[in-house]
Design a binder for this molecule. Structure first.
Ligand code: BTN
Length: 251
């Protein structure tokens, strides 16, 4: 097993992604190593946001040194989301976890208030010139409580599991899917992602940098991009965030 071949555990850290980066800068971390913490004091979210990380959640980062392939960090983040969703679906009655393009693991909130975030994923790539040096794949999962708005926890879904119990399950699934990515390419692992994606067939609002586009999600390409039919025609969205109509203030 590559992913999780060594696990460094901390009672408290600023951010597991930041710690992996510090270790990488002094060559003290190897391909597949994991840094996990019981709590983070400065957990990093996407778009410079803070990821609240109190005791009781699962916070960890994987250090990876893959070959430099197009959109690799995106593919790794997507297969990580699919891995987390699959594992929690094995544990929770009714397999409620889905994926919201491109990097959120979601499940229905209590009282059916739409999709709530169960897990956040942050893939950070570090380059030396044009050369990809490494990728840090950071994963935060709400286990017993939620600390971010619009979130849901494993406990609320009926998946009774501790952070220590969930970590090896996610690492095993991630390792399996990452190995498949290496041998067969993203198309071989994207089926699960596409099957669980909540955007497909829905009206979506897509945020690409400062631009907002609305349309109908016609699917996810085998390469992981989102196809959106807009008033101006079919577009392929490579990166960004998307909300589904009826949620997050999009009515
Ligand atoms: C998001 O904004 O959805 C991404 C959140 C990613 C949080 C995880 S927790 C473990 C790892 N360390 C960090 O500082 N961030 C990621």
């Amino acid at each position: 097993m590559l992913i999780g071949n060594k696990i460094l555990r901390y009672a408290e850290i600023d951010s597991t992604n930041a710690e992996v980066k510090r270790l990488a800068e002094i060559s003290a971390v190897e391909n597949g190593n994991v840094v996990a913490a019981a709590l983070q004091t400065a957990g990093r979210g996407r778009r410079g946001r803070l990821w609240e990380s109190p005791l009781g959640g699962l916070y960890f980062s994987v250090f990876l040194t893959p070959p430099n392939l197009p959109n690799l960090a995106g593919h790794i983040a997507m297969l990580t989301g699919a891995s987390v969703a699959s594992v929690v679906n094995e544990l929770a009655p009714g397999a409620p976890c889905r994926l919201k393009w491109c990097n959120d693991v979601v499940a229905p909130g209590r009282g059916g208030q739409g999709w709530r975030k169960l897990s956040g994923l942050l893939a950070e790539s570090v380059f030396f010139g044009e050369e990809l040096e490494y990728i840090i794949m950071g994963i935060g999962i709400n286990i017993n409580s939620v600390s971010q708005p619009n979130s849901v926890s494993c406990l609320e879904l009926g998946a009774g599991v501790s952070p220590e119990g969930l970590l090896p399950l996610v690492l095993r699934e991630l390792d399996k899917n990452y190995a498949l990515l290496g041998t067969a390419g993203f198309e071989a692992v994207s089926g699960k992602y596409r099957e669980l994606c909540v955007n497909v067939g829905k009206e979506v609002r897509v945020f690409i940098d400062a631009q907002v586009t609305e349309g109908f999600c016609r699917g996810i390409t085998p390469d992981g991009h989102m196809l959106v039919e807009t008033a101006g025609g079919l577009i392929t969205v490579h990166a960004g965030t998307a909300t589904v109509r009826g949620e997050d203030g999009y009515s």
